[in-house]
Design a protein around this ligand. Structure first.
Ligand code: TYD
Length: 199
């Protein structure tokens, strides 16, 4: 499918502020007259729903089955949402994408580079990846204390340290690393400064 739009993926461990920053960026881009589609993974589709069932029950599938679910969910997401929106010329902001699979399923034992290669066979490479960075302890604090949520099976602190390590080792000309520890408006200013390059 022909691609006329712009794809920006937000990545980082839990509690780095991806969802907040996507909302702020979407609003700022819309004010500038751009047509913005906000989306997320895991999706609300058939595979995304299965993935959410694993939040409290990750051991019910093998690591291979788990990886396959994330890939199936992404394939459906690309076909149904991302590729059509890009073909129409929209700006697509996705809350997580295949770098999350490299980091989380990588932390579970898969080879992160192989995961990226497998995804890039079918998933459009983002024009930019905003990698929000914060210490694992801060991310966990934000999830538990500020949102009042419990950590799901993907978010246990020891595993998250491995996830953060893989995120920090990923290389690519499209990756922009942004310190996510400051307040939301300050981080938003850094995100805007990175994103203007694309327009
Ligand atoms: P999260 O962004 O926290 O979504 P929700 O608001 O639905 O809880 O993501 C859910 C979890 O899924 C998160 O802990 C990371 C994990 N995940 C993977 O392990 N691999 C992936 O490819 C993706 C997209 C997410």
């Amino acid at each position: 499918m022909e691609r006329k739009g712009v794809l920006i993926a937000f990545e980082g461990i839990d509690g780095t502020g991806k969802t907040t920053q996507i909302a702020l960026l979407a609003e700022a881009l819309r004010q500038r007259g751009l047509s913005v589609v906000v989306t997320r993974e895991p999706t609300d589709g058939q595979y995304g729903r299965k993935i959410r069932e694993l939040y409290e029950n990750r051991n019910s599938v093998t690591p291979e089955e788990e990886l396959a679910l994330f890939l199936d969910d992404r394939r459906e997401h690309v076909e149904q949402v991302i590729a059509p929106a890009l073909a129409k010329g929209h700006v697509v902001l996705t809350d997580r994408y295949y770098y999350s699979t490299a980091a989380y399923q990588g932390a579970a034992g898969h080879d992160p580079q192989k995961i990226i290669a497998a995804n890039e066979l079918f998933a459009p490479v983002p024009d930019m990846v905003i990698m929000l960075e914060a210490p694992v302890s801060l991310g966990v604090h934000r999830v538990q204390k500020l949102r009042g949520e419990t950590l799901n099976d993907f978010e246990q602190e020891g595993a998250l340290a491995r996830v953060a390590d893989i995120f920090s080792g990923l290389a690519g000309a499209n990756i922009r690393r942004i310190d996510g520890t400051a307040d939301a408006q300050a981080v938003h200013a850094l995100v805007m400064a990175a994103v203007v390059e694309l327009f």
